[in-house]
Design a protein around this ligand. Structure first.
Ligand code: AHM
Ligand code: MG
Length: 341
């Protein structure tokens, strides 16, 4: 007997799961849907990146006489436009903008959410056809009326209402959580829809991959150096040595570790004494996702989601992935790099 495959699109899934949402259900659904639409538009441009020689370099005019934008600027504009026109978002904080952006449109007057976003992370990888990503974090505004201000963003990661990422890779996926598990959707280009492909994602408790920029080794804290040596030692019982895999695109390294088990580390270095990655739109959203998937995210000593932000673009060291691996790395940090950052 013919059994049709049941394809569930992102839009259908969001509506079916509305009861999971803690607050205004329709509004958060629409916000997530808007992010999905912008992701499809950005995906289209990312896929054309290799044609830049034909269509024109960023900063020059293309054959139609339109000026070509750098893709990270383009992605930023697309997400801000989608969030502005949707009417559910009153302010956006983006890696691309120094200041938060208040969305003034009338439609956003009663908007209840603020969004922190890295529109195109790892964008230096675009020129070489390596995966890049978008990372986003959604909070309920804390100011009740009027113009949104910085205090709406200065909430801990534990206050996130939803978080997600998009990976523009060999296929394009959108992964998100609203605090009730993690679900992944793969873009089917033939129908232009994100379709549920990875329901209820969980990260293995341990793994055998570690991801870190080893070129910075000399500048790492002793705890990280010791943990790396631990990863490289022979031990059959724990399947060491682990494999080293580092794409240099956070979303790609994170996504691989989510599926296979592993740890990603961007610690402090002598060059970047606070770490490189940004708390609000890189670390917090991925930390919410990893915890929802059964993993762990730490700054080497403490939980990422418990950090009280004080500025929009603040940095933090990040140790994220399989819980056993993050626990082991934290143990080494406590033993050899006592000072918490
Ligand atoms: P970006 O926001 O400027 O793209 O930087 C973030 C990226 C991450 O995607 C990646 O994991 C990391 O920076 C790589 O940094 P490095 O080249 O120092 O290893
Ligand atoms: Mg980034």
């Amino acid at each position: 007997m013919y059994k049709p495959n049941k394809v569930i699109t992102l839009g259908q899934f969001i509506i079916e799961r509305q009861t999971d949402f803690p607050y205004a259900k329709g509004e958060l659904s629409r916000l997530l849907r808007d992010i999905g639409i912008a992701a499809k538009i950005v995906n289209r441009e990312v896929n054309k990146a290799g044609l830049v020689d034909i269509l024109g370099e960023a900063g020059t005019d293309n054959v139609q006489g339109e000026s070509q934008k750098k893709l990270d600027v383009y992605a930023n504009e697309q997400f801000i436009a989608a969030l502005s026109s949707g009417g559910e978002t009153c302010a956006v904080a983006s890696e691309e903008n120094e200041e938060m952006i208040n969305i003034e449109s009338a439609v956003s007057k009663n908007a209840k959410y603020v969004v922190a976003i890295d529109p195109l992370d790892g964008s230096s990888n675009i020129d070489v056809n390596v995966s890049v990503g978008t990372i986003f974090s959604i909070y309920r505004r804390t100011t009740l009326t009027g113009k949104s201000d910085l205090s709406d963003f200065m909430q801990k990661g534990t206050d996130q209402i939803a978080a997600g990422y998009v990976i523009y890779g060999s296929s394009t996926m959108l992964v998100y959580t609203t605090g009730k598990g993690v679900n992944g959707f793969t873009l089917d280009p033939s129908i232009g829809e994100f379709c549920l492909s990875h329901p209820d994602m969980t990260i293995p408790k341990t793994g055998n991959i570690y991801s870190i920029n080893e070129g910075n080794y000399l500048h790492f804290p002793d705890g990280v150096k010791k943990y790396m040596k631990y990863c490289q030692e022979e031990d059959a019982a724990t399947k060491r040595p682990y494999a080293s895999r580092y794409v240099g695109s956070l979303v790609a390294d994170f996504h691989r570790n989510m599926l296979k088990g592993g740890i990603y580390i961007y610690p402090t270095t002598t060059k970047s004494p606070k770490g490189k990655l940004r708390l609000m739109y890189e670390c917090n959203p991925l930390a919410m996702i990893i915890e929802q998937a059964g993993g762990k995210a730490s700054d080497g000593f403490n939980r990422i989601l418990d950090i009280q932000p004080t500025t929009l673009h603040q940095r933090t060291p990040l140790f994220i992935g399989s819980s056993d691996m993050v626990n082991k790395a934290e143990e080494m940090m406590t033993r050899y790099s006592q000072v918490s950052v």
